[in-house]
Design a protein around this ligand. Structure first.
Ligand code: C2E
Ligand code: CA
Ligand code: CA
Ligand code: CA
Length: 278
C-alpha cells in the first residue's frame, strides 16, 4: 500500500516535470523558429459536393523541429495564443500563403485559399493593416483569400468585430465560420455578420450515418445556412457514405480525408493535375 501511494505521487510529479520541460522547450524552439521563419504549409482541397470540382484550398501550418520532431498545430498554436507569439507566427503563415498563391497562379492554378485566423490575432488593431501590407508585398488581391474565424471570434459582437468583418468583406476577402457547432451556442451572430461559409465541425460529420440525431442537426444547419445565404462546408469527411448523405442533404462543399489529406505544395500540384484529368 505504501509503495502504491508514493509511486502514484511520484508518477504524477514526474509527469508534471515532463510537461513543464516540454513547454519550456516548445517556448525556446518556437521563438527560434519564428526568427528563422521555419514553418511550412500544407493545403487541403475543398471539393464541390455536386460536381466534384476542387473549389478552393485550406492552408494549414506545419512545424518540424530538430529536438521536438513534428509538433501538431493543435499544440503549438495553443501555446502561441497563450504567449502572444501567435501574432508574429500568423504574419509568417500569411506570407507563406501569399507565396504559395503566387506560385499556384504562375502555374495557371486559380483557387481561393483559406487561412485560419485565431481570435487573439483578429482582435489586434494591426491585423487588417498587416494583411494589406503583405498582400501589397506579393501583389495579390484579397479576393484570392478566405478568412476562417471560429465562433469564439464572432461571439464577441462588439462594434469593432462587426467593423472588421465588414472591412474584410469590402476588401474582397470571403469569411468562413470554422468549427461550427462546437463553441458558443448563440446563433445571433449569424445574422449580424457578413458571412460566406459555415463549416460544420467534424464531430457532427463523424456520426451522421449512424446517429439520427446528428443527421437531424446537420440537416437543420444546412437549411438554416441556405436561408441566410451562406454556403455549407462539411469538415472531416472520411467515408463515401458520408459524402452521399451530405450531397443528398444539399451540403455545398466537402473537405476531408475522403478526397485528400492536407498536402505539401508539390503533392498538391500533382493531386490537382490528376484530379482535372478524371
Ligand atoms: P481546423 O482549422 O479545424 O483544421 C482542420 C483540421 O482537421 C486539420 O488538422 C486537418 O488536417 C484535419 N482534418 C482534415 N480533414 C480531416 C479528416 O477527414 N479527418 C480527420 N481526422 N482530420 C481531418 P491540423 O492541420 O492538425 O490543424 C489543427 C488545428 O490547428 C486547425 O483546426 C486550426 O484550428 C489550427 N491551425 C492549423 N493551421 C493553422 C494556421 O495556419 N493558423 C492558425 N491560427 N491555426 C491553425
Ligand atoms: Ca480551419
Ligand atoms: Ca475546422
Ligand atoms: Ca478544429
Amino acid at each position: 500500500v505504501k509503495t502504491t501511494g508514493r509511486g502514484g505521487f511520484e508518477f504524477y510529479f514526474e509527469e508534471l516535470k515532463t510537461n513543464a520541460k516540454r513547454k519550456i522547450l516548445i517556448d525556446t524552439e518556437l521563438r527560434k523558429a519564428i526568427d528563422a521563419k521555419d514553418f511550412f504549409l500544407h493545403f487541403q482541397p475543398k471539393v464541390c459536393a455536386q460536381t466534384q470540382q476542387v473549389l478552393g484550398l485550406e492552408a494549414l501550418v506545419r512545424w518540424q523541429n530538430e529536438h521536438l520532431g513534428f509538433v501538431s498545430p493543435a499544440e503549438f498554436i495553443d501555446y502561441a495564443e497563450e504567449t502572444g507569439l501567435i501574432i508574429p507566427l500568423s504574419e509568417i503563415i500569411f506570407e507563406k500563403a501569399c507565396e504559395a498563391q503566387r506560385d499556384l497562379q504562375a502555374q495557371g492554378i486559380h483557387l481561393p485559399m483559406a487561412i485560419n485566423v485565431s481570435s487573439i490575432h483578429f482582435q489586434q488593431r494591426s491585423f487588417i493593416p498587416q494583411l494589406l501590407e503583405t498582400l501589397r508585398a506579393y501583389d495579390i488581391a484579397a479576393k484570392h483569400f478566405e478568412i476562417e474565424v471560429t465562433e469564439r471570434t464572432v461571439m464577441n459582437d462588439s462594434a469593432s468585430t462587426i467593423e472588421k468583418l465588414v472591412q474584410l468583406k469590402k476588401l474582397g476577402f470571403k469569411i468562413s465560420i470554422d468549427d461550427f457547432g462546437t463553441g458558443y451556442s448563440s446563433l445571433s451572430y449569424l445574422i449580424k455578420f457578413p458571412l460566406d461559409f459555415l463549416k460544420i465541425d467534424r464531430s457532427f460529420i463523424q456520426q451522421i450515418t449512424t446517429l439520427d440525431e446528428k443527421q437531424a442537426v446537420v440537416d437543420a444547419i444546412i437549411q438554416m445556412s441556405h436561408r441566410l445565404n451562406m454556403k455549407v462546408v462539411a469538415e472531416g469527411v472520411e467515408q463515401e457514405k458520408q459524402v452521399d448523405l451530405l450531397r443528398a442533404m444539399g451540403c455545398d462543399i466537402i473537405q476531408g480525408y475522403y478526397y485528400s489529406k492536407p498536402l505539401p505544395f508539390e503533392e498538391l500540384i500533382a493531386f490537382l493535375s490528376f484530379w482535372d484529368e478524371h
